[in-house]
Design a protein around this ligand. Structure first.
Ligand code: UDP
Ligand code: MG
Length: 321
């Protein structure tokens, strides 16, 4: 077995049907590759038997830490809960549905241990079976985010290996609304990526509703860029410039004694200015809502219950880092 310990952090929501088997598959692959590991499994307030399955796992497998949140806080918060409990020399973050192939974990670990990378990112080489709308949506979202924030997220996924020092820096980021992909890109460090094919979900459906995805997209954009706010200022300047020209025109007409024929202009102006104002207020409102969320300083998640394996196998923390 390896001298270092890898924490495998997995957020889980309503996956009772497949979680037991999936964790066993991951456990088998890691054991075969002599990777000393622990599992941090977070039940994100599932409404099925997921928690019972996690307790069963903590009974049957060594080094399993299961955490149950008091309600569904969302994947991002569940991930935070998992990462806070990880004490390995490196941490692998992955989904519970095997869409992130565990077969490439040994390669991630090798890149980390032997080539000294601090962050190894799994990058989707294809997005698997998704509807066209979903694919286009994801692409659009990532390109907007890239242009706004200056970070490249193409093919980004939450499948990553992070060194413990990256995790330590990550935990100093105090924000309540987390967007893990963005935060880990923001952190920097020596990073590399491995492509992987998204396999099909074995059991059940994606746990992300369109609304949840939309909310995540708004959090991502508002927490990584204030460009939309500046856009409002830019629009304001443009319209000011336009009204200046129109103003001169109006005055000129008035002094020439031409009848008031600018009804259309007035209506158009009203519409344009009105809508721009509303959009602007909306954007500002979104940011204020985020600020409001942050200053409340609520915990990101609440833990209801914990379960831990009684069997501990060869956990030896590598003190050399
Ligand atoms: N998940 C979660 N909380 C949620 C939604 C999802 O912990 O509110 C977990 C889910 O169990 C899975 C991972 O997040 O392990 C990714 O979810 P899913 O496979 O449904 O998303 P997709 O693969 O469609 O992006
Ligand atoms: Mg999935």
């Amino acid at each position: 077995m390896s001298t270092y310990l890898i924490s495998v952090a997995i957020p889980i929501y309503n996956e009772a049907k497949q979680i037991y088997e999936n964790i066993n598959i991951i456990h088998k692959i890691l054991t075969e590759n002599n990777i000393n590991h622990e599992f941090i499994l977070v039940d994100d307030g599932s409404r099925d038997n997921t928690w019972e399955e996690l307790k069963r796992l903590s009974h049957d497998l060594p080094n399993v830490f299961a955490i149950s949140l008091s309600r569904n806080f969302g994947k991002e918060a569940a991930l935070c809960a998992a990462l806070e409990s990880a004490h390995g020399d490196a941490c692998v973050i992955m989904d519970s549905d095997l869409q992130h192939p565990p077969e490439i974990i040994p390669e991630m670990v090798r890149l980390w241990k032997e080539e000294g990378y601090d962050v190894v990112e799994g990058v989707k080489s294809s997005r698997g079976k998704e509807s066209i709308v979903y694919k286009v949506g994801a692409h659009l979202f990532y390109s907007i985010l890239e242009n706004f924030s200056g970070f490249n997220f193409d093919g980004a996924s939450d499948f990553k290996l992070l060194d413990s020092k990256v995790l330590a820096s990550w935990s100093t980021m105090p924000e309540r609304n987390t967007f893990f992909r963005g935060m880990s890109a923001w952190l920097g460090f020596k990073r590399t990526s491995i492509p992987f094919e998204v396999t099909e979900r074995k059991e059940g459906q994606s746990k992300w509703s369109t609304l949840k995805l939309f909310k995540l997209a708004i959090t991502a954009i508002t927490s990584f860029s204030s460009l939309p706010l500046q856009l409002v200022t830019l629009m304001g300047i443009l319209f000011l410039f336009g009204s200046f020209i129109l103003g001169i025109n109006t005055l000129y007409m008035k002094f020439k004694g031409v009848a008031v024929s600018g009804f259309t202009t007035v209506i158009l102006l009203l519409l344009i200015v009105g809508s721009t104002l509303m959009i602007s207020l909306g954007i500002i409102g979104t940011y204020i809502a985020k600020i409001f969320d942050e200053v409340k300083f609520r915990p990101r998640f609440i833990i209801r219950e914990k379960a831990e394996s009684t069997r501990k196998e060869c956990i030896s923390i590598d003190t050399n880092g």
